[in-house]
Ligand binder design. Structure first.
Ligand code: MG
Length: 156
C-alpha cells in the first residue's frame, strides 16, 4: 500500500541565528528562530513522514518544551523519525519539497542540501526534489521576516 504525507513549517528569521536548511548552514545574515536549530525544511519533512504513516507530528514525538530536545540538531530528529517509520516497515518512494524564502538565492546550495537529505533519509538523491521560490515581496516571507517549507512524501 502507498501512503502520501504532507508537511508544512514556518519559522521567523532573526539576526544572530544560523540559517539551517536540510542540515546545511546557508551563509546569510539571519537564521531561523526556534527551540532547535529551526531547520524549516527538515521539520516539514518530518511532519510529512509522520503524516504519511499516520503517526502524529513532530511535536508529538519531540515536544519543544522537553529539555531533551533543546538545541537538538534537526538532523538527529530526522534520523529518529526514519527509525520510527522503518520500524513500521515503511520506506520512502520519493520526496518533493518547496522552500519559500525571499533571500538569499538557494539554487547554488540545492545539490548539497539534496545530498545531505539523501544521506539522512537513506534515499537516493534522484528520488528527492527540492524547489525554491520567493513570495514576490509579499507578506512576512516576502519581507524577509520568515521562511516556509512544504514537503510531500510517498511511502510504501
Ligand atoms: Mg519548526
Amino acid at each position: 500500500m502507498m501512503r502520501v504525507g504532507l508537511g508544512y513549517d514556518i519559522h521567523r528569521l532573526v539576526k544572530n541565528r544560523r540559517l539551517y536548511l536540510g542540515g546545511m548552514v546557508i551563509p546569510w545574515n539571519k537564521g531561523e528562530m526556534g527551540h532547535s536549530d529551526g531547520d524549516v525544511l527538515i521539520h516539514a519533512l518530518i511532519d510529512a513522514l509522520l503524516g504519511a504513516a499516520a503517526m502524529g507530528d513532530i511535536g508529538t514525538h519531540f515536544p519543544p518544551g522537553d529539555p531533551a530536545y533543546k538545541n537538538i540538531s534537526s538532523e538527529t530528529l530526522l534520523q529518529k523519525t526514519i527509525e520510527l517509520i522503518s520500524a513500521r516497515s515503511y520506506s520512502i518512494v520519493n520526496i518533493d519539497a518547496t522552500i519559500i524564502l525571499e533571500k538569499p538565492k538557494l539554487l547554488p546550495f540545492v545539490p548539497r542540501i539534496k545530498n545531505n537529505l539523501s544521506r539522512l533519509t537513506k534515499t537516493d538523491a534522484s528520488l528527492i526534489s527540492l524547489k525554491c521560490k520567493t513570495k514576490e515581496g509579499m507578506g512576512n516571507v516576502g519581507r524577509g521576516k520568515a521562511i516556509e517549507a512544504y514537503v510531500i512524501v510517498l511511502l510504501q
